[in-house]
Design a protein around this ligand. Structure first.
Ligand code: CUA
Length: 341
């Protein structure tokens, strides 16, 4: 019988280690490139969180090496040998017990003090120059209001780079959590109280946000986009949002406008100059948004028509009712809403 090069258990170990290495390498890649990553901070809040993350990582690495080193040493030093005596027992060693209790209390302080300081620092009273944004977390979308500009929008947050922003977080229904991984959070959004986040975005760009507290059927579909603008660009966005919506003269869009005004849509949605509903998202400049249904899909005519026809089919549990629109009607409404730039 020929001797096998590897035993079955060696082969299994090699396969297991290769799998772990592969998943770690892909994990490392996605940590870096994933839009939901927290390890590439783009605000002061994100940077401070990252510093604490690194502090904890290094602290735990030192503990890991010390504990594993002691374990390996003990396994080798006190291994079973023929005739070896039972090692000295240290159970109930008072000095040891007190030392490791104090050592781990110190570790908790090293981690706890900067964490608690950061929590308070990122919710302190904002500077007078801070931009104020009211954030309402609702099942299952986000409303963003800018009181000083009298703008209300949904699921797309626009911020200027380099200016402190104070978010006042409130929830009309259940608990949500406001989280923009590259900028900051998570902070709970709780009914009957206002929580705050103060942060300064540092890098212009587009970021993703997500509700981070289970809040019902479409919790996973409660997402949003964040656009951090270079300075002048933000002012232009504010001006465009304050202006009445540019409307198309396209016959299909005009037909959609008439349908919208005559249907139950007006009871829930505001479009400046057309309707004043308060339950669903404000649609005044809906056509300027890139995504639909709390960042579930691109804001295209085809997606929007499908959404109007049967919201619950695309977003389980959606509060927007199926109004029994025909395919033609939903296409007309989609054409109208997309014309609201
Ligand atoms: Cu809102 Cu989860």
């Amino acid at each position: 019988m020929t001797k096998r090069l590897f035993s079955a258990s060696t082969a299994r170990t090699v396969v297991l280690l290769a799998g772990v290495a592969l998943s770690l390498s892909s994990c490392g890649w996605s940590l870096w490139d994933n839009p939901m990553t927290t390890v590439r901070p783009k605000s002061d809040f994100g940077r401070w969180s990252d510093e604490i993350f690194m502090l904890i990582s290094w602290t735990t690495l030192v503990i890991f090496i010390a504990v594993e080193g002691a374990l390996l040493y003990a396994c080798w030093r006190f291994r079973d040998r023929p005739g070896a005596p039972i090692p000295k027992q240290i159970h109930g060693h008072t000095v040891l017990e007190i030392s490791w209790t104090i050592a781990f209390a110190v570790v908790l302080l090293i981690i706890g003090i900067p964490t608690i300081k950061l929590i308070f620092k990122t919710q302190e009273a904002p500077a007078a120059t801070a931009l104020r944004v009211d954030v309402a977390g609702k099942q299952w979308w986000w409303e963003f209001s800018y009181p000083e500009f009298k703008i209300t929008t949904a699921n797309e947050l626009h911020l200027p780079v380099g200016q402190s922003v104070a978010f006042d977080l409130h929830a009309p229904d259940v608990i949500h959590s406001f989280w923009i991984p590259q900028l900051g959070g998570k902070r709970d959004v709780v009914p009957h109280r206002v929580n705050r986040i103060v942060m300064t975005p540092a890098v212009p760009g587009e970021y993703l946000g997500q509700c981070a507290e289970y809040c019902g059927m479409s919790h996973a579909n409660m997402r949003f986009r964040v656009v951090v603008h270079p300075k002048g660009e933000f002012d232009a966005w504010v001006k465009a949002q304050q202006a009445p919506p540019a409307e198309s003269t396209d016959p299909l869009a005009q037909q959609g406008k008439t349908l919208f005004a005559q249907s139950a849509c007006v009871g829930c949605h505001t479009i400046a100059g057309v309707s004043a509903g308060q339950i669903g998202p404000n649609l005044t400049h809906f056509g300027s948004r890139k995504s639909l249904a709390a960042n579930m899909m691109p804001n295209t005519a085809a997606n929007l028509a499908k959404w109007v026809e049967n919201p619950d089919h695309l977003k389980p549990g959606a509060r927007m009712p199926n109004l029994g629109m025909s395919g033609e009607q939903s296409k007309a409404i989609a054409a109208y809403l997309l014309s609201l730039k």
